[in-house]
Design a protein around this ligand. Structure first.
Ligand SMILES: Cc1cc2nc3c(=O)[nH]c(=O)nc-3n(C[C@H](O)[C@H](O)[C@H](O)COP(=O)(O)OP(=O)(O)OC[C@H]3O[C@@H](n4cnc5c(N)ncnc54)[C@H](O)[C@@H]3O)c2cc1C
Length: 416
């Protein structure tokens, strides 16, 4: 039995046992919370609000019936994972934790009345709203969303399109991968994707080339490992160009205009700059800083603009990386803070979060990076704890196996 089947079978078996208090929605809730977005942050906050606070009613609004994990989705490009193997439903949240899961799109949040309007026409109200709707992408002139040039930076149909394009491209073709300026979702992600594609090209299409156009002056994360991989392992396959910004795209010609001339590719994976999800900005929660992400009080993740609305995950402005592991951690800090607030207490004054990240350097070997963040009362922000940053020296097959275990544990903690 594989791990996924094991988890599903176990949760089905548990559903038959006598149900604990948090398994059923409370008859007389002490407080109500609406969570928008059932991804890495939203699913975890909904689960832990119910698990730790059985008198709190939780409604999760998610526009897709199932969540497709972006984590590990670059392995779909090399044919090592399938999208179904990265897909997670909401049955456990409904049946094990008594979360009211509503498949709909939230189209408006009123922070004063703490109401949420749905695309289907209904309106819900609560004591607090938690927004975890992920990211949105900067428009690129000339690029149309459904076109031949995809980002595949939100796993789903675009991931399948990119995988197909790579398989069908000429044996001596050119792949172009662009890396945006930070902050963006999963800092090592584009470099890891470059390595995976290069490794796959080396075996499947040895005469093909991968051009990496990085908007940054240099590799911005795990520099030692990625520099070695690009410079040694993939020296004949990868052409890395730094400081290259994309100004427009031409899907018909399969070409990009950049600050340094035009670049053509048989396959173009254009990852645009990112910002908070559209609904977060439309709610007026993005202000200050670079105006891209929502500032929050990291003791509770309450918006600094509208304190009855909390924001977690990739939509927020924080020193913590935009990563699924961190979104899960923020969800737990937020759930704990809300439950304390509902009991008339203050949030934990010294939260700690941690982040772990595996980067596939080849199709069978990975590197890793980890960090712990703690609350700094002076700057009122989460800062890296002293000496907590650690990275693997190189990459191994054992790390690749550990990556699978880490992923299973993270997804089980979030969705089961
Ligand atoms: C290729 C790739 C590799 C990655 N690898 C890693 C990794 O190794 N480790 C790691 O920790 N992270 C990784 N990440 C990053 C990780 O996927 C994100 O940081 C994480 O998913 C963010 O969680 P979130 O809850 O903010 O957003 P998401 O997980 O994107 O969830 C947002 C959810 O909100 C829903 N939604 C949006 N708007 C609305 C609305 N208006 N109404 C209803 N629902 C809505 C969406 O449908 C979605 O389900 C990777 C990302 C990519 C692209």
């Amino acid at each position: 039995m594989d791990r996924r089947t094991f988890l599903q079978t176990t949760s089905a078996a548990l559903a038959l046992l006598p149900q604990p208090a948090w398994a059923l929605p409370p008859a007389k809730p002490k407080a109500r919370v609406i969570v928008i977005g059932g991804g890495m942050g939203g699913a975890a906050v909904a689960k832990y609000l119910r698990l730790w606070g059985d008198t709190v009613a939780v409604t999760l609004i998610e526009r897709q019936a199932k969540y497709v994990s972006s984590i590990l989705s670059s392995l779909v490009l090399t044919g090592q994972r399938s999208l179904p193997s990265l897909t997670f439903g909401y049955d456990a949240l409904r049946n094990r934790y008594g979360v009211d899961v509503v498949i709909d799109e939230a189209v408006e949040v009123d922070p004063i009345r703490t109401t949420v309007r749905l695309a289907s026409g209904g309106q819900l109200s609560a004591d607090r709203v938690v927004m975890a709707p992920g990211i949105s992408f900067d428009p690129v002139p000339g690029l149309n969303e459904e076109g031949r040039i995809v980002h595949a930076w939100q796993a789903g149909p675009q991931t399948a399109t990119l995988a197909k394009q790579l398989t069908e491209m000429p044996a001596n073709g050119v792949v172009v991968l662009t890396i945006p300026k930070p902050p963006y979702r999963c800092p090592p992600g584009p470099y890891e994707r470059a390595c995976l594609i290069a490794d796959w090209l080396k075996t499947m299409k040895p005469n093909a080339k991968l051009i990496v156009l990085d908007a940054n002056p240099d590799i911005i994360v795990e520099k030692e490992n990625f520099s070695r991989a690009f410079g040694d392992l993939y020296a004949k396959t990868i052409e890395y160009r730094s400081g290259i910004e994309i100004t427009s795209a031409d899907p018909r010609q399969m070409a990009l205009s950049t600050n340094s001339g035009s670049v053509r590719g048989d396959v173009i994976n254009l990852i645009p700059r990112q910002r908070a999800a559209t609904l977060v900005a439309a709610t007026g929660l993005v202000s200050g800083g670079d105006g891209r992400f929502a500032p929050v009080d990291v003791l509770s993740y309450a918006s600094t603009v509208a304190p009855t609305v909390h924001v977690i995950g990739d939509s927020i402005a924080t020193a913590q990386p935009k990563a699924g592991h961190i979104a899960n951690q923020e969800a737990k800090v937020c759930a704990d803070a809300l439950l304390r607030i509902f009991s008339g207490q203050h949030p934990d004054p010294s939260p700690v979060t941690n982040s772990a990240c595996y980067s596939t350097i080849t199709q069978t070997e990975a590197a890793w990076l980890t960090a712990v963040f703690q609350y700094d009362s002076g700057s009122k922000s989460m800062v890296p704890a002293a000496k907590s940053f650690a990275a693997s020296n190189g990459w191994t097959a054992d790390n690749f196996k550990d990556m699978g275990k880490w992923f299973d544990a993270l997804m089980a903690d979030t969705f089961f």
